[in-house]
Design a protein around this ligand. Structure first.
Ligand SMILES: *[C@@H]1O[C@H](CO)[C@@H](O)[C@H](O)[C@H]1NC(C)=O
Ligand SMILES: *[C@@H]1O[C@H](CO)[C@@H](O)[C@H](O)[C@H]1NC(C)=O
Ligand SMILES: *[C@@H]1O[C@H](CO)[C@@H](O)[C@H](O)[C@H]1NC(C)=O
Ligand SMILES: *[C@@H]1O[C@H](CO)[C@@H](O)[C@H](O)[C@H]1NC(C)=O
Ligand SMILES: *[C@@H]1O[C@H](CO)[C@@H](O)[C@H](O)[C@H]1NC(C)=O
Length: 377
């Protein structure tokens, strides 16, 4: 009797222990269990999506860290869902005859699309064809990491490409950074700008949008850190991008809420009614800041950047990670969307719904956890 009771409590204990010790593993396994980030949409149709790429970047690091092929296979399967055996890629009009080296062919197709993509007269890629002359911060993550990776592997001597990549970061910074006279200046960057000044939201001076949105800033900051690993340190663009990161990082640290350590959805309006701490932007900042310090891109002599990131990470795990009965974890409080297709004002951002297990935030949490666990273990 006593023996079987002991067995029962032992098996209960091990059921409770089934949850992985690592949040990075737990978050990744939970997303995989829900078939998230695999190159397919909710209806099983092929989908080329930056949040799938964001998640797969986390899986690649988990594979490299653990050697567990489950993660590697999931990434390959995800890519195969959008890169077909017949030599086409989903969403492209180009048809290639050969099946050889299909990943290179697919990369060439995406790369050639950049050559044809329209730009402002300063040279910034338009965010989308339907947003003419507009640069949005999130677009830098979508295009420039791929552009840099492609250049590094296939055209490392293409100095035009490296200068172009650098200029995408720089133009975005110059056209959107808050200046010192801006109300509620954070020194961070507005969500986007309209170089043609045609949008109702465009400011009179530089055409920027009205607010600093946490996730747009998060994408841009992750892109700064990730591209520094790709662009050769001897290339002049490296120091240009490094300077932007070193300017922004202390401003990001200072914009965190002093009590919780998290970041507001609308960074420029802390504490205003209906504003809230948003999980995707917060996780993106934790990832970018910890990684930048670890890789030596950010001097943090007084330790305040790492301290801020750790504090935010603890808030994240205490408030936005919830165990569910099936052993997976749920991820809370990621806003579904932020767009500049309407007003781009405070009321717009705070009116957008938050999503359960939104991959843009959950993938950022995988990335943040990888960095946090490297730091503390
Ligand atoms: C690899 O990861 C998968 C998914 O997390 C897990 O089910 C499996 O047990 C892991 N394998 C090893 C050898 O750790
Ligand atoms: C290539 O394969 C995909 C996926 O099966 C299919 O949707 C597409 O129509 C095919 N394209 C051509 C040109 O055969
Ligand atoms: C180098 O990059 C530029 C800018 O993207 C592109 O127009 C050009 O075709 C590339 N050159 C080569 C040799 O691929
Ligand atoms: C600074 O920003 C404010 C608000 O966008 C604008 O009115 C002002 O002209 C800007 N000043 C400079 C020097 O860009
Ligand atoms: C400045 O911040 C306060 C506090 O969040 C907010 O109520 C106010 O609307 C903000 N002002 C502007 C111009 O953004």
């Amino acid at each position: 009797m006593l023996y079987s009771l002991a067995l029962i409590s032992l098996s209960l204990a091990s059921a409770a222990l089934a949850r992985p010790k690592s949040y990075a593993v737990w978050a990744a396994d939970s997303a995989i269990a829900r078939s998230q980030g695999n190159g397919l949409d909710a209806n099983g149709k092929a989908l080329v999506s930056y949040e799938h790429g964001e998640f797969q970047w986390g899986l690649r690091q988990l594979f490299e860290l653990t050697g567990n092929r489950t993660y590697y296979d999931y990434v390959v399967k995800g890519v195969d869902n959008i890169v077909f055996d017949n030599g086409t890629v989903h969403g492209s009009y180009t048809y290639q005859e050969t099946q050889k080296a299909k990943y290179k062919i697919a990369a060439d197709i995406f790369r050639n699309q950049l050559n044809a993509h329209p730009r402002t007269s300063q040279g910034q890629f338009w965010h989308k064809l339907k947003y003419p002359n507009q640069g949005w911060l999130d677009g830098v993550y979508m295009a420039e990491i791929f552009y840099a990776q492609y250049t590094n592997i296939f055209e490392p001597g293409n100095t035009t490409a490296w200068a172009d990549i650098t200029s995408q970061f720089q133009l975005m910074y110059e056209n959107t950074v808050q200046n010192a006279t801006a109300p509620n200046n954070t020194g961070l960057m507005y969500h986007g700008y309209d170089y043609s000044h045609k949008q109702a939201w465009a400011s009179a001076d530089r055409g920027h949008s009205p607010e600093v949105w946490d996730r747009a800033m998060g994408w841009y900051t992750m892109a700064l850190v990730d591209v520094l690993e790709i662009i050769p340190s001897t290339n002049p663009g490296h120091s240009t991008i490094l300077n932007i990161l070193q300017t922004l990082a202390p401003r990001i640290r200072d914009a965190a809420d002093p009590v919780t350590g998290a970041w507001w959805l609308v960074v420029t309006q802390p504490g205003r009614t209906k504003n809230y701490f948003e999980s995707s932007g917060t996780a993106m900042f934790v990832y970018a800041l910890l990684r930048a310090v670890r890789l030596g891109y950010l001097p943090d002599a007084d330790g305040t950047i790492v301290t801020a990131a750790k504090k935010a990470y603890q808030y994240i795990t205490a408030n936005w990670v919830v165990a569910s009965a099936d052993g997976t974890m749920n991820w809370l409080n990621t806003v579904i969307v932020g767009s500049l297709d309407t007003t781009g004002d405070f009321n717009y951002y705070v009116s957008q719904a938050v999503n359960l297990n939104d991959l843009k935030g959950l993938a950022a949490f995988v990335l943040a956890s990888l960095e946090y666990e490297r730091l503390v273990n």
